[in-house]
Write a protein that binds this ligand. Structure first.
Ligand SMILES: Nc1ncnc2c1ncn2[C@@H]1O[C@H](COP(=O)(O)OP(=O)(O)O)[C@@H](O)[C@H]1O
Ligand SMILES: [Mg+2]
Length: 431
């Protein structure tokens, strides 16, 4: 191998308040000491935190891949991400156009068309509109509302949807403005209080006995039991065997299909199980919670999966998927000779192909087989304990820092115990 064949792939981390996963990601990348033969090149990796600064639209970025966590709420970064994906073929997690334009509403419509059991959902015009002012837009809105907004009977919509139901913003997130209503009176009250946002009224999934989140990173999907009623630090559960193998696979497929459909390499999908059926209810979450203070036991999975997927895409120089291509999914969903389960398998074939699943598996086996052992060591280290403490200190009052650092670190040590069993390692007793 000549010096000219050596090449460095640069991975950018575009971050906001994230502390813990980037620190773990960087530490593991360092410990992996990658120097991979890929094609004719010998590939190394460099990780850098992206700075926000003015940029010439024609400048050449230094990155081969960017893991971005800002697109949702930080327009300068979102537009930078668009530029580097569109002009320079930088692979970005996630597709910024899909994040910006696909609200919950579009995801419901799309997944209904694919035949997923999305609960009955209606859209409601907003209760209020901006007061007409001097500007053309508010004057036009007033005219439109007076001329064309048809008076409607909210109680009838409530009857059509059925109770209990959830009224929630059509483009919502973070539980803001979500209300459960049990009868027409409560629906009227909730609607009257809903302000200027367009709303959905959605049938509640009745008597659900399981709430799961499917976190997807490229073709990798992990299912985690979730309890929305627990305090924030205890919502992701450490639990096993709550789904049989078939249901687990169905949940994995649903998550992967949604992510491939919207070009989201990193997303989380919420599903409720009722009467044995998994109902997806919220799956436009393309900036999933990745903090050790929420994920604890599951945190190493996220970091390892991000590493695998980003290293693979950067090493093999995958080009960003710029455009959405839905027709192949609809060609399957429009067929009436297939059951939903049969369609799901075919959708998932498309998803795996779009996420290069087979090539990815082979790449990980060939180049990243030491990741398990390296991660096992790192997550038991003092360096990782310090990372946990730094995150906890950013969120918890000073007198709770030690207790919660030990708590989250302890759950990761429990993960290491299960990992040692899985890998056939000799586990040392956690401190
Ligand atoms: N159709 C539904 N059936 C049962 N629970 C629901 C339904 N819709 C929402 N919820 C409850 O409300 C929470 C927030 O709603 P969700 O659609 O996830 O909004 P957000 O995007 O704000 O998280 C859910 O996590 C769930 O607990
Ligand atoms: Mg939600």
């Amino acid at each position: 191998m000549t010096e000219a064949d050596a090449t460095t792939r640069r991975i950018g981390l575009s971050l906001g308040a994230d502390l813990c996963w980037p620190a773990a990601y960087e530490a593991l990348m360092e410990r992996l000491k990658l120097d991979l033969p890929v094609g004719t090149a010998q590939v190394r990796f460099d990780v850098e935190r992206v700075q926000v600064e003015p940029f010439d639209l024609r400048y050449k970025p230094r990155y081969d891949l960017v893991i971005d966590r800002l697109t949702h709420w930080f327009p300068t970064t979102r537009e930078w991400i668009k530029k580097i994906a569109l002009m320079d073929d930088v692979y970005v997690l996630n597709n910024p156009w899909a994040i910006q334009s696909m609200e919950k509403h579009t995801t419901y419509c799309a997944m209904m068309r694919l035949g997923m059991p999305i609960p009955e959902t209606w859209m409601l015009p907003p209760k209020e509109y901006p007061k007409p002012g001097d500007d053309l837009m508010t004057r036009d809105i007033e005219v439109t509302v007076k001329r064309y907004n048809k008076l409607f009977d909210l109680a009838k919509v409530g009857e059509a949807v059925g109770y209990p139901a959830f009224i929630k913003p059509y483009d919502g997130g973070g539980w803001v403005g979500v209300k459960q209503v049990k009868d027409a009176g409560a629906l009227h009250k909730a609607y009257d209080e809903s302000g200027q946002r367009v709303q959905h009224l959605q049938a509640g999934v009745k008597d659900w006995d399981l709430f799961i989140r499917a976190i997807g990173i490229g073709p990798q999907v992990n299912i985690i039991r979730y309890d929305p009623d627990s305090p924030l630090h205890d919502r992701y559960k450490v639990d096993f065997n709550y789904l049989d193998a078939e249901a687990w696979q169905r949940a994995v497929r649903i998550g992967r299909v949604i992510n491939a459909f919207f070009n989201w390499d990193f997303n989380s999908c919420e599903m409720l199980r009722s009467d044995g059926v998994l109902f997806p209810i919220d799956f436009a979450n393309a900036c999933p919670d990745s903090q050790v203070t929420s994920l604890h036991f599951h945190f190493p999975w996220v970091v390892k999966s991000l590493l695998r997927w980003s290293i693979f895409c950067a090493a093999t120089q995958k080009r960003p998927k710029l455009n959405l291509d839905w027709r192949p999914f609809f060609d399957i969903s429009d067929r009436d000779d297939l059951s939903f389960d049969e369609k799901l398998v075919l959708y998932d074939d498309i998803a795996k192909e779009r996420f290069h699943a087979d090539e990815f598996d082979a790449f990980c086996k060939r180049h990243l087989s030491h990741l398990d052992a390296v991660a096992y060591d790192y997550f038991g280290s003092d360096a990782f304990y310090k990372v946990v403490t730094a995150k906890v200190a950013a969120l918890f009052p000073a007198h709770e820092v030690k207790r919660f650092s030990d708590h989250f670190y302890g759950l990761v040590q429990f993960w290491r115990k299960t990992e040692a069993d899985r890998l056939g390692l000799k586990a040392e007793v956690a401190p």
